[in-house]
Design a protein around this ligand. Structure first.
Ligand SMILES: NC(=O)c1ccc[n+]([C@@H]2O[C@H](COP(=O)([O-])OP(=O)(O)OC[C@H]3O[C@@H](n4cnc5c(N)ncnc54)[C@H](O)[C@@H]3O)[C@@H](O)[C@H]2O)c1
Length: 334
């Protein structure tokens, strides 16, 4: 099956590297910025096209595409690809608005071809192992989930990520959307979501949040706390699950293992064979497209991500807190 990448940017290159490693038949890239298109085409030995329509009308017409463009472009690209009966792996977030995500879900539900939402962390071997251990009862009844995806993303706010009309928001829609999906995978469906966030960086208001905490509650009562930031100097990428029998912890900076601390016992290391999550994600996409199987994360998972993100944006602590007045000794308290 011929494969093409839509969007020759950062994640487009990650998808192209993964297709190359999988020896997939990557034939084309769609990219409106000429220089980026030519560089990408040369690097990966593919033909550049300016638009998806041009690609679909060409001899390189693919059977599957990776949509690796900013979120505001996803809906139009998805609708075009579905009309052309092309399989789609669409980068997260599925769209920049809940409305567009709903339209994509409706189109995908009636499509003859596969739609997969690119939630790559489901393909991180250590996360998969945590899910299997939780299912086996290793941690007992799950009580809490903690995840941090924080670091310093220099100048991210100067790209489309910082323009709400194009991105739909800041670090919550961009980064915590991964965390929300990991929470659903490990803990269950989400029943409540809220958050605290800031758009202020020194004296500048970025207009989108760069740092936030998201609180989740699953239908089964598991409580999740997510820290996400584009502007903390030290990177942190951790997933931790605590239950009645112990705690599982995975630190992405220490890949190849997770730890288990049983209640009242000493911490044990569980070795996990490492693998590139993107290569695994794209392999699963091609396999599902070839075999007619469903995607591990489909359009519904993409839509749920947007629904939770929009609930968080509605339920952030923007209501100003009025601190109680201090009183001096002898002063009457009103
Ligand atoms: N899964 C992950 O870990 C991960 C990581 C980074 C980005 N992403 C997601 O991938 C998407 C792209 O992010 P990025 O960091 O690669 O952005 P980017 O800005 O580096 O690249 C996007 C590219 O798409 C091109 N483009 C814009 N409109 C287009 C169109 N209509 N057709 C074809 N190309 C078009 C742009 O010119 C640009 O070259 C976003 O949805 C982002 O959230 C996912």
């Amino acid at each position: 099956m011929k494969v093409a990448i839509i969007g020759a940017g950062a994640i487009g290159a990650v998808h192209a590297d993964a297709y190359r490693e999988l020896e997939a038949n990557l034939v084309a890239v769609v990219e409106p910025v000429e220089e980026a298109a030519l560089q990408f085409a040369q690097k990966y030995g593919v033909t550049p096209y300016r638009t998806l329509s041009e690609l679909l009308a060409s001899p390189d017409r693919p059977g599957a595409i990776s949509i690796c463009t900013p979120p505001f472009t996803h809906r139009e690209l998805v609708e075009q690809a579905i009309a052309a009966e092309v399989h789609i792996l669409c980068e997260k977030p599925m769209a920049h608005t809940l409305e567009d995500a709903g339209a994509i879900y409706a189109a995908a539900a009636n499509a003859k071809t596969l739609f997969a939402t690119a939630y790559c962390h489901r393909f991180q071997p250590e996360i998969e192992r945590m899910q299997a251990l939780i299912a086996e009862g290793k941690v007992g009844a799950v009580r809490t989930f903690y995840n941090s995806f924080s670091g310093n993303q220099d100048d991210i706010e100067k790209r489309w990520f910082g323009r709400k009309k194009l991105s739909g928001g800041g670090v919550i829609i961009d980064t915590a959307i991964h965390s929300i999906d990991i929470f659903r995978y490990l803990c269950g469906e989400i029943a409540a979501a809220s958050g605290t966030m800031t758009t202020l960086l020194g004296s500048t208001d970025l207009g989108v949040e760069h740092t936030a905490t998201v609180g989740l509650r699953a239908e089964n009562g598991v409580i999740g706390t997510i820290d996400c930031s584009w502007k903390t100097p030290n990177d942190s990428a951790v997933v931790r699950i605590s239950g009645s029998e112990g705690t599982l912890n995975f630190d992405y900076s220490d890949a190849g293992k997770i730890t288990f601390q049983p209640v009242g016992g000493t911490t044990k290391v569980i070795q996990v064979a490492g693998a590139n999550r993107f290569v695994r994600e794209l392999a699963a996409f091609i396999e599902a497209a070839d075999s007619g199987r469903e995607a591990r994360t489909g359009a519904f998972d993409g839509l749920v991500g947007l629904a939770v993100v929009s609930a968080v944006y509605r339920n952030t602590s923007t209501i100003l807190f009025t601190p109680p007045a201090r009183v001096s000794a002898g002063q009457a308290v009103s």
